[in-house]
Design a protein around this ligand. Sequence first.
Ligand code: ARG
Ligand code: ZN
Length: 885
Amino acid sequence: PLIRREDYTAPAYTIRQAELCFDLDAAKTIVASKLSVQRDTAQDKQPLRLHGEDLNLLRVLVDGQSVSFRHEDGQLVIDAPEADAFTLEIRNTIAPEKNTQLSGLYASGSGLFTQCEAEGFRRITYFLDRPDVMATFTVTLRADKAKYPVLLSNGNLVEQGDLDGGRHFAVWNDPFPKPCYLFALVAADLVRREQRVTSRGGREHLLQIYVKRGDLEKTEHAMNSLIASIIWDEHRFGLPLDLERFMIVAVDDFNMGAMENKGLNIFNTKFVLASPATATDEDFDGIESVVGHEYFHNWTGNRITCRDWFQLSLKEGLTVFRDQEFSMDMSGSASARAVRRIADVCSLRERQFTEDAGAMAHPVRPDAYQAIDNFYTPTIYEKGAEVVRMMHTLVGRAGFAAGMKLYFQRHDGQAVTCDDFAQAIADANPGSTLATQLEVFKRWYSQAGTPRLQARGSWDAASATYTLTLRQHTPATPGQHDKQPQLLPVRMGLVGHDGQAVALQLQGEDSASGTERVLVLTEAEQVFVFTGVTQAVVPSLLRGFSAPVLLDDGLSDAELLVLLAHDADAFNRWEAGQRLAVQRLRAAVQDGGAVQIDDTHLAALRALLLDPDLDPSFKARALQLPVQTYLAELITPVDPQRIHAACESWQDQLAARLQADWATTFEAMQVREGYRPDAAQSGRRALANLALAMLVRQAVAAGDPVWPGRAFQRFKDATNMTDRLGALEALVNAHAELAQPALERFLALAGDDALVVDKWFQVQARAAEKDGRVFARVRQLLQHPQFTLSNPNRARSVLSSLVMFNPAAFHRSDAAGYVLWADMVIALDAANPQLASRIARALDRWTALAEPYRSAAREAIARVAASTRLSGDVREIVTRALDAA
Ligand code: ARG
Ligand code: ZN
């Protein structure tokens, strides 16, 4: 059934207080709930309809009396009681160990954990499972003490003690009214790291991180990240921790990254556990960012929540924006900030632009869905964050802070909409472009698709003017044919051919505005005339990626080389390099030959690599190609094999022609101090790993054993995972002889560290395809004794790696990749629809594929769609995919 945004109605009943009592047991848990329910007397009297799924109902009482009830469309329906306010008591049982969906209460290892967002609470007990029903919760947990020594729920611990028969109990109270998607409980055998902190107002807080025995040493970085997040939110937004106790619990089996349950965040172990020997720099960064993200939700998500799930980006877009800003502020230097921004934009282009171009394209605020879990997407999260970032650009940092303040003044404690947020930011900044053009701006919420921005400039020497014409259009997306112009903030500058920044004086404005400014495009076409421009210039547009669009600025290679060498904006410097590379790749893909890097271009790349003033992390980013998934958006129809061949040929040339420079760089980038996961050190390691990969690649091509040998030695001697994995990847991707012994050694060293074993699977499934070897290896990995579909991280380490991150291994002319995909989607769906549905999305863009891929992909999708027992989640994905034809 399709749920539509326009059908929203306020709840006819609300729940003010919930008293829940759990007798916990993996096979059979008894849930007793006592709810204070209130009818909305402004609405017509109607039956009370409660959500429930996979529950075994024992009894229902209203004000202590049994009542009649019925089941209708998966809801429990009770005729409207006499009184407008009453107590509803429900008793039901559930079977956590049979819950393979990992939604609701489920078993992981020997413990019990919950995941309720979006609609998992209804799998625990009957309730009004919608975010605009907010209740205070008191929760009693009872369980076997030996098996479940730790009993946690949201809020404050009120009481705990022993019971007969080796059991014990704990009572928790959360004073903040919250929707039930923020409910959580944990019963498990865990240990904890804890720390007391005092916030600015002098308030004391207890911070705890719970993990399995043996993992405690791996929680230091997560704790540091949590403390940094608390300080940052107070400092940057004036938002303090409002809880006495803030807990993080790590769990092995988890569908997503983490969950912001009030005061009791539950995390995928991947985003908690780190030690230098087991986690890469990227993992350390991921932990900092996810810990921050979940913590920031405490205000943006929990104190102010969503009225309905169509408003999901209200909390997710804003919270991603906040975690991105946090990570940037934590990374220190301006250049490290720029590298962060580059990484965020890469991820946006790789995941969100492809989504916007495919069968699942939807607006930041969707209009309809079948399965809400399918809408935890890059569009809601990352594009949503870009929408917030554009507001920030339009009103400035102080204006945005004022807007946030007004948002909390107006809506603290409420469940609201995206409109409410935009209105608050605009109202706090009257006279800003955001305020005067709010309706135009809000098209970012309603229109799907990535806008195309075309820019053409011309310089007139006689009048010393530079005329810049900006045009935009957004292509049609499924169900949305006509698009209106969007509001695009274009941060820009003009760069002289000598590299000097030109002062910007817009015709019709009184004063010059320095060398950088933001132009705001609101119409399909606008012309901007700059005066006093006495030399030919290169426009540097969309600095810092000021709007999430695809830019066509028509710049020549010579002009891009000027930007690559001189742009004052690090983002656009990087972008110029990427664009140059894409031009070469496109040409090679179109004529089916090898990439030609001409001497000027190569010299520019060499200069960049050797420039002592540039950050190593920037160099590493600038010398890497865009991922093939994003290239597929730029070079259509998509021929994944040709794109892969072009990328390989590019890298072969860069490896061969800069061999000596890679060798110098590798030596120069060695880190001699002790391991720190900071921006400075991790930049050096990233560049060293890139250099090593190039050196091994070149050596394998030349039949020279020296660099593979050095890589193997480095792999063995490495004292941290970043170096070890970098060396391993270099060997595996170059298909060096030494890859096999290195892989064996890596797995032996991993022992039973699941996250390290995941890396072992991943590095093989993501390896550069050559003659079908990687795909063949993936088939073997699926049969490996340590592989399982039932742990999401492990399943993803092979399956997502193949279908999402390894186009050349996946898209085969014999269709074997698609056959495997269909088999796996169907198999996974029977146990875990959310996970299956993620994998199913790998063929969202099938209509853009060249033949024979296109027809074969269609056939595979049709086979999944024809399967009779599909979940609603996967059904929605494959139906939309077929409709996209
Ligand atoms: N709110 C969580 C976060 O962004 C994600 C929860 C996802 N849940 C889901 N069923 N898709 O941190
Ligand atoms: Zn979130």
